[in-house]
Design a protein around this ligand. Structure first.
Ligand SMILES: Nc1ncnc2c1ncn2[C@@H]1O[C@H](COP(=O)(O)OP(=O)(O)OP(=O)(O)O)[C@@H](O)[C@H]1O
Ligand SMILES: [Mg+2]
Length: 366
C-alpha cells in the first residue's frame, strides 16, 4: 500500500473509530444508567453518565491514535531504518549487505532503487579492483617484454666490442640481429603507445566509406609483394554495401592478424585464406592460416593485452602480446566483434565483423 493511502486510512480510522465507540459507549452507559440502573446509580445518574462518557471517549481517542500511529509508523519507519543502516554500511565501504526489497508502494520502489545502486557500486568497486590488478600485471609485463630485446641488444653490442664478431660475416650477423631487435623494440613501443591511447579513448576514428573488397585486395597485393612466400587465397561472398570505417585502423586490424599468421607459421609453406561476405548489415571477414595453431586453453586469452601463449613467450618470435588486443579495440569501435577458432598444428582463423553502411560514433570505446 502506498504511504499516501496508509496515512489516509489511518486518519479516517482516527475519526471513524471514536465515532463508532461514541455510539457504543452511549448505548452501554445509557443502558447501565437509565435502562437498568441500580440504586446507587439512580441518584446522580446524569453527572456520572457524562463523566464516564468523557473518560471513556478520552481513552478511546488516545488508544486509537496510539494504535494507528504505531501501525503506520512501523510499516514506514522499519524500511526507512533498514535503508539508513544500509546507507551507513555503504558509507563505511561495505557493499555486501543486500537490502530487503520486499516492500510495497513507494518504500518498495525506494528499496529496489537503493539495492540497484548498491549492486552497481559493488560492480564498479570490483571493476576498479580488476583494473588495478590488470594495471599491475601490465606494468610487470611491459617491463619484462621490453627488457628481453634490450638484454639481447646489450649482449650483441658487448660481443661486438669484445671482438667476438671477428669476421665480417659474424659482424654482419651481429649487426643484423641488433637491427632486428631494435626494430622489434620500436614496434613494441609503438604498439604500447597506440594501445594506451586506445585504452583512454584518445584515438578518434577518421571515418570514410571503404569498399572492403578493394581494401582487402590492396592489402593482399602489398603483402604478396613483401612476403612472396605466403600463398594467399582470397574469396568473397555477396557484398552490397560499403563499410564506413577508419581505413588506417582497419588496415592495422588486418595487418596485425596477418603478422601473427607469419609469426606463428609452421613448417609448411604459409597459406592464408581470406573470406569476406555481407550478412545483413554486417561485413564478416575470416582470415585463416595453416600455422602452428593455438592450444585450446590459450584461446580465450589471446585478445587480452599482453597475453602471449607459452609457446610465444618461450620462442624467439618477439612481440608484446598487444597485436590482437588492438585488433579487438578497433573492431569493437567499429561496432563489430572478433573471435578466433584454432586447432593445434592445423591453423587458426580469426573472424571479425564490421557494421556495413551507416556512420558510427567517432571515438574508441572501452
Ligand atoms: N595465427 C596465430 N597462430 C598461432 N598463435 C597465434 C596466432 N595469432 C595469435 N596467436 C597467439 O596469441 C597470442 C597473442 O597474439 P598477439 O598478436 O596479441 O600478440 P603477439 O603476436 O604475441 O605480440 P604482438 O602482436 O604484440 O607483436 C600470441 O602470442 C600467440 O601465442
Ligand atoms: Mg601479434
Amino acid at each position: 500500500m502506498t504511504i499516501k493511502k496508509k496515512l489516509l486510512l489511518s486518519n479516517l480510522g482516527m475519526i471513524i473509530v471514536p465515532i463508532l465507540c461514541f455510539f457504543l459507549i452511549e448505548i452501554v452507559l445509557g443502558m447501565m444508567f437509565f435502562v437498568f440502573p441500580n440504586q446507587e446509580m439512580e441518584e446522580n445518574s446524569l453527572r456520572a453518565f457524562v463523566n464516564y462518557r468523557f473518560l471513556l471517549m478520552l481513552l478511546v481517542i488516545i488508544l486509537t491514535n496510539a494504535g494507528l500511529t504505531y501501525l503506520v509508523s512501523r510499516t514506514i519507519i522499519g524500511p526507512v531504518q533498514q535503508l539508513g543502516e544500509a546507507a551507513n554500511q555503504i558509507k563505511a565501504g561495505n557493499l555486501n549487505q543486500a537490502v530487503d526489497t520486499n516492500y510495497k508502494g513507494e518504500l518498495g520502489d525506494l528499496a529496489t532503487s537503493f539495492e540497484a545502486m548498491r549492486k552497481s557500486l559493488k560492480d564498479a568497486q570490483e571493476k576498479e579492483a580488476m583494473y588495478e590488478q590488470n594495471r599491475r600485471e601490465l606494468i610487470s609485463s611491459i617491463s619484462h617484454d621490453l627488457r628481453t630485446p634490450v638484454t639481447s641488444i646489450k649482449g650483441y653490442v658487448q660481443g661486438v666490442s669484445d671482438g667476438v664478431a671477428n669476421t665480417p660475416e659474424k659482424l654482419n650477423r651481429y649487426m643484423k640481429t641488433i637491427s632486428q631487435k631494435t626494430n622489434e623494440l620500436e614496434r613494441m613501443i609503438d604498439e604500447l603507445f597506440l594501445f594506451s591511447k586506445l585504452d583512454v579513448e584518445q584515438v578518434s576514428l577518421q571515418y570514410s566509406s571503404i569498399d572492403i573488397d578493394h581494401f582487402l585486395r590492396d592489402i593482399i597485393e602489398e603483402w604478396s609483394f613483401q612476403y612472396p612466400e605466403i600463398i594467399f587465397d582470397y574469396q568473397t561472398g555477396r557484398i552490397t554495401d560499403l563499410v564506413s570505417g577508419d581505413r588506417e585502423q582497419l588496415y592495422r586490424v588486418v595487418s596485425n592478424i596477418l603478422h601473427n599468421g607469419w609469426k606463428y607459421k609452421g613448417a609448411l609453406p604459409l597459406h592464408i585464406a581470406i573470406f569476406v561476405e555481407q550478412v545483413q548489415d554486417e561485413i564478416k571477414i575470416a582470415i585463416t592460416d595453416n600455422g602452428i595453431g593455438i592450444a585450446e586453453g590459450a584461446l580465450p586469452g589471446i585478445f587480452d593485452p599482453f597475453y602471449r601463449s607459452d609457446y610465444s613467450r618461450n620462442s624467439e618470435t618477439g612481440g608484446s602480446g598487444l597485436g590482437l588486443a588492438i585488433v579487438k579495440k578497433i573492431v569493437e569501435a567499429h561496432g563489430g566483434e572478433v573471435y578466433a577458432k584454432s586447432e593445434m598444428n592445423l591453423g587458426t582463423t580469426i573472424y571479425f565483423s564490421i557494421k556495413a553502411g551507416e556512420q558510427h560514433e567517432t571515438s574508441i570505446d572501452h
